[in-house]
Design a protein around this ligand. Structure first.
Ligand code: ADP
Ligand code: ZN
Ligand code: MG
Length: 688
């Protein structure tokens, strides 16, 4: 018996089985799920259909494991054929509208890590988890090349891989020789993109280089995932054609995508069971829970209590807010440590990157070409341009621990402003235009510019970072390594104890529990600000500002950025104990930390006054401030002209960089609240 017949019988069998599955599989509610999906395909004019692998496993495990996994190319073709049959029978009039049918598989239970991909998997259908780090711009990939023979005869040749072969024989003159010309404009193409996925940072073994895998995507999958997205790619593992150009075995294989499923992004990916939740809630009842959490952060590092508290607050984070005008105020807390060499900064950052539910440790120079933000890079071998995600994008939804931030590259110095405030990174270069998400908390450490922190100079002089970047940190700490015999003795004792123990000092709360606790709080706890807490924060804010007004030459002590930071810190402090409300105790702690920061870094060396302007430049405006400005403009204009014309108001607010739409909404709000009234069409005056 020839193997050809065996194959034919086998394939025939599977086509029957596939048709049986598609027609008769019923989901939990008894519906014929795939008939329904085919109907929707017709309605929505799509040519692809998503098929759940688990459904197949449940219905016909042999079909799933023996056929689809082991011979995916044939299986995909057979599924397409089976779907076509259903359409032929049920919607014959639509058949020509669908030239091609693409079945896409999803929900494959076995997920491979990039690190675990072996050559035994070549030609198989596998699902791989990773994070998209690079993507080329969309391109057109030739799938069928049209050649014209010297006699005028034409022939289409399918293109597999990267090489275009000439036709074997001319269909007109039947010769195999002679010259052929490729007719590019009449060849056939598909949308194409090459992406690179990388191991998820939290899954990378500590201290190892991340592994990556190239993925070829076609059609609707092009641009389905952006750099920074966490994805599950279902595809066929293939060898890159063209021979031994590359030696490293991992780069010889690539995945031809059959499906790309973008994971829910900000969902914490930590499993929290019912028992975990009970334990977490029990822990939270402890009146000393916050101190225990803080003490559990890097217990081997002596002292630095306030810094550890700030890190704890950063781990929990505040609540993101969306203002009426649609602008978002970040909930993520950024903390900067400037410290003398050897003050355990690096150790602290590395520790945090290990305990946080999702975190990346990197240095200012960046571990990859993309650095801290993102870059368009040109790959040497292929000459292709790629958009590559940097640390802040890869840590989206988590924490970026950036060591030696003062050494960051110039490109990052520019891009990091947007990343830290708007939490996006925009890039437009070499035909690539993109905006990537970077909803990331930054915990950064830097060394003083002159080797040691000079107390006689201001923070801006001491650190090689512009004020615009410094002002984006909620809290800044300065660690000076001043000899202090008493403290040094304690430190020495502490370090020698640590070193004499075979294991690290046991934290109050073990890392696994702490990580779950944090993940739980970040996901489920959104404390609201009580009136008392708000008043307290406002009073502090107003008092600090007033102080600077009393002495006219004294600069502004605090800006709206600090007010937002205060709220975030108070929220995080409340979250740490899983509270539903932000109360006065939380506000007081936020104020204490802010004050200590202002005193440690904000002192104006000249006047001795607390001068936040030494860290801040420009004057960002909170919503409250903008409202006040608008109110004042209306008052001034109507004093001069009887009433304030909307055109004139907008003229003034634009000078203050206030969005027109915000002004319009603010005027409406002020009218509703009876602060202003309309004297005549489009002209306003204050009520009192
Ligand atoms: P930095 O990054 O600030 O230059 P490192 O993190 O490299 O410093 O720390 C240098 C060494 O000094 C580490 O081995 C660290 O454990 C030790 N060290 C410094 N300060 C402390 C401290 N407060 N407690 C415990 N160890 C410390
Ligand atoms: Zn010919
Ligand atoms: Mg260091």
């Amino acid at each position: 018996m020839s193997s050809g017949t065996t194959d034919a019988v086998l394939l025939h069998d599977y086509l029957t089985e596939i048709e049986d599955f598609l027609s008769n599989y019923r989901d939990g509610s008894g519906r014929q799920k795939y008939r329904e999906l085919v109907r929707r395909m017709i309605l929505e004019d799509r040519y692809d259909i998503e098929i759940s692998f688990i459904d197949i496993v449940n219905y016909n495990p042999k079909l799933a494991e023996e056929y689809i996994v082991k011979d995916p190319e044939a299986a995909i073709a057979k599924f397409a054929e089976a779907v076509r049959h259903i359409i032929e029978i049920e919607y014959p009039e639509h058949l020509d509208r669908i030239p091609r049918i693409v079945p896409r598989f999803r929900d494959i239970p076995l997920l491979y890590k990039i690190r675990d991909i072996r050559s035994s998997l070549i030609s198989r259908l596998i699902a791989v988890e990773g994070i998209v780090v690079r993507a080329t711009p969309p391109k057109q990939k030739m799938t069928e090349a049209l050649f014209m023979h010297e006699c005028g005869g034409e022939a289409y040749v399918p293109v597999a891989g990267d090489i275009i072969d000439k036709p074997m024989m001319c269909p007109i003159c039947q010769r195999s020789g002679g010259s052929w010309r490729l007719i590019e404009e009449r060849s056939r193409y598909r949308d194409f993109q090459r992406i690179v996925i990388q191991e998820k940072p939290e899954e990378m073994p500590a201290g190892r280089m991340p592994r990556s895998l190239e993925v070829d995507v076609y059609d609707v999958l092009v641009d389905a995932a952006r750099p920074g997205d966490r994805v599950i790619v279902v595809g066929i593992l293939k060898l890159r054609g063209g021979g031994a150009k590359r030696v490293k075995s991992l780069y010889d294989v690539f995945l031809e995508a059959n499906n790309v499923v973008v994971s829910q992004r900000l969902l914490e990916e930590i499993d929290i069971t019912k028992e975990d939740e009970e334990r977490i809630r029990e822990l939270a009842k402890d009146p000393l829970i916050r101190r225990k959490i803080i003490a559990s952060i890097a217990p081997a590092i002596h002292g630095l209590w306030d810094l550890k508290e700030a890190i704890a607050l950063l781990l929990f984070g505040g609540n993101q807010k969306v203002l009426q005008d649609g602008t978002k105020v970040r909930g993520d807390i950024h903390v900067l440590v400037i410290g003398d060499p050897g003050t355990a900064k690096s150790q602290l950052l590395q520790y945090v990157s290990r305990i946080a539910p999702r975190a990346i440790y990197t240095t200012g120079k960046g571990a990859t070409a993309a650095g801290l933000t993102a870059a368009v890079i040109r790959e040497k071998q292929s000459g292709e341009y790629y958009l590559e995600a940097g640390a802040l994008v890869l840590a989206d939804g988590g924490i970026a621990c950036i060591d030696e931030i003062d050494k960051m590259r110039d490109e990052d110095r520019v891009a990091i402003h947007e990343a830290m405030e708007q939490q996006t990174i925009s890039i437009a270069k070499a035909g690539i235009v993109a905006r990537l998400n970077a909803r990331t908390s930054v915990l950064a450490a830097g060394n003083p510019r002159y080797g040691r922190y000079l107390p006689s100079r201001s923070i801006t002089e001491n650190v090689n970072l512009p004020p615009t970047i410094l002002s984006r940190f909620d809290l800044i700490f300065v660690i000076k390594d001043v000899p202090n015999p008493e403290r040094d003795a304690r430190l020495a004792r502490h370090i020698s104890t640590v070193h004499s123990l075979s294991e690290a000092i046991k934290p109050f709360i073990d890392i696994e529990t702490l990580r779950k606790y944090i993940a739980f709080a970040r996901k489920y706890v959104k404390p609201t600000l009580t009136d008392e807490a708000r008043r307290m924060l406002e009073n502090f804010f107003i008092e600090m500002r007033k102080k600077s007004l009393e002495t006219p030459e004294s600069p502004i002590t605090i800006t709206a950025r600090q007010y937002e930071a205060l709220i975030r810190l108070a929220e995080a402090h409340s979250k740490m104990a899983l509270k539903n409300e932000v109360t006065e105790e939380d506000a007081a702690e936020a104020i204490r930390l802010m004050k200590s920061m202002l005193e440690s870094v904000g002192i104006d060396v000249e006047s001795g006054e607390i001068d936040i302007d030494t860290i801040m430049t420009g004057k960002p405006k909170s919503q409250r401030e903008k409202m006040l400005i608008i109110e004042e403009i209306v008052r001034n204009l109507s004093a001069a002209e009887g009433c304030a014309k909307i055109k004139n108001i907008i003229g003034k607010t634009r000078e203050q960089n206030i969005d027109d739409k915000f002004v319009e909404e603010a005027l409406n709000k002020m009218r509703r609240e009876g602060l202003i009234y309309q004297v005549k069409e489009g002209c306003f005056a204050p009520v009192a």
